[in-house]
Design a protein around this ligand. Structure first.
Ligand SMILES: NC(=O)C1=CN([C@@H]2O[C@H](COP(=O)(O)OP(=O)(O)OC[C@H]3O[C@@H](n4cnc5c(N)ncnc54)[C@H](O)[C@@H]3O)[C@@H](O)[C@H]2O)C=CC1
Ligand SMILES: O=C(O)[C@@H]1CCC=N1
Length: 266
């Protein structure tokens, strides 16, 4: 069962359908389903918003509502979060203790932090579990998360906030980099549409090259672009500045996301 089929829940659902998870095993709770979602679920034969009491509590409940919605959503979820149920939460910041407080009857809890490339099965998910999660449930978690990409098991639940700050939010950093690169292209004379095509293809191509060359470090790939005394070196001199350069900016951004995750707990 999936509760919350927005950006992240929808991406997970799409990937699960892609890997052929049986539609009879899936039920979706979503108070504001979009037209395309209703159509998608209908086509796949997946039950949306069953009447209260008509569905048993599921083996697995994947929770993908906004962290701020947890308290409000909990009463509707209580019948589905029972002792036989494994809760997999993707909520940023909400700890296992927070989830246990909201859904006290649930059997066991996993905190997972995926990212939106899950929609094309190119995501990466960090996951940590409480002591009540058994081996069968660990296998189920691995199966559901591997359907959307790579899986990193974490020994310490606290590290989920760090995963959130790096890979959970990370796609947005890369998309913003694309926007900045396009804007900078305009500043050196390109038409907006051309600059965006160049920036977008560059980010896609660089990502594709990394994916195609898993044995090459990102540093090696960077060095391959950088001729001594050339144009890339001139740009990297700016990006690598100790003060105001990219390391400082990215560290500050990741630290801000990490702090925000902690603020969302409770
Ligand atoms: N968007 C992202 O890149 C990522 C998001 N997350 C986490 O995923 C969760 C959802 O985020 P988004 O998908 O971006 O938000 P969203 O707003 O797109 O989706 C949340 C969905 O939950 C639904 N919802 C609200 N109350 C509900 C209830 N009582 N029962 C069932 N569904 C209910 C809303 O109608 C909405 O469709 C958040 O907790 C976020 O921290 C985690 C990793 C990445
Ligand atoms: O922005 C957020 O809070 C969520 C968590 C990771 C990505 N999006």
């Amino acid at each position: 069962m999936l509760a919350g089929a927005g950006q992240m829940g929808g991406a997970l659902l799409e990937a699960w359908l892609d890997v052929g998870i049986d539609h009879r095993c899936l039920t979706v709770l979503e108070p504001r389903p979009s037209g395309p979602l209703v159509e998608r679920l209908d086509r796949a034969g997946i039950v949306l918003n069953p009447l209260a009491g008509t569905r048993p509590s599921p083996d697995v409940l994947v929770l993908a509502v906004k962290p701020q919605m947890l308290e409000r959503a909990a009463p509707d979820l209580l019948p589905y979060a029972q002792p036989g149920t494994l809760l997999i939460s993707v909520l940023a910041g909400k700890t296992i203790a927070d989830l246990r407080r909201a859904l006290p009857d649930v059997g066991s809890i996993a905190r997972a932090m995926p990212n939106t490339p899950a929609a094309i099965r190119r995501g990466i998910t960090g996951v940590a579990v409480d002591a009540a999660v058994n081996e069968n449930q660990k296998a189920a978690i691995q199966f559901l998360l591997a359907a959307v990409g790579e899986v990193e098991w974490l020994a310490d639940e606290n590290l989920i906030d760090a995963v959130t700050a790096v890979s959970g939010s990370g796609p947005a950093y890369v998309f913003y980099l694309t926007e900045c690169l396009a804007k900078a292209g305009e500043a050196v004379g390109l038409e907006a549409a051309v600059a965006m095509r160049l920036a977008r293809a560059t980010v896609e191509g660089a990502g594709g090259l990394m994916a195609a060359r898993p044995g090459d470090t990102s540093e090696m790939l960077r060095r391959n672009v950088t001729s001594p005394g050339g144009t890339t070196a001139a740009a990297l001199d700016v990006l690598m500045m100790d003060t105001g350069g990219l390391p400082m900016l990215i560290s500050a951004a990741v630290a801000a996301a990490h702090r925000r995750a902690a603020e969302l707990s409770g």
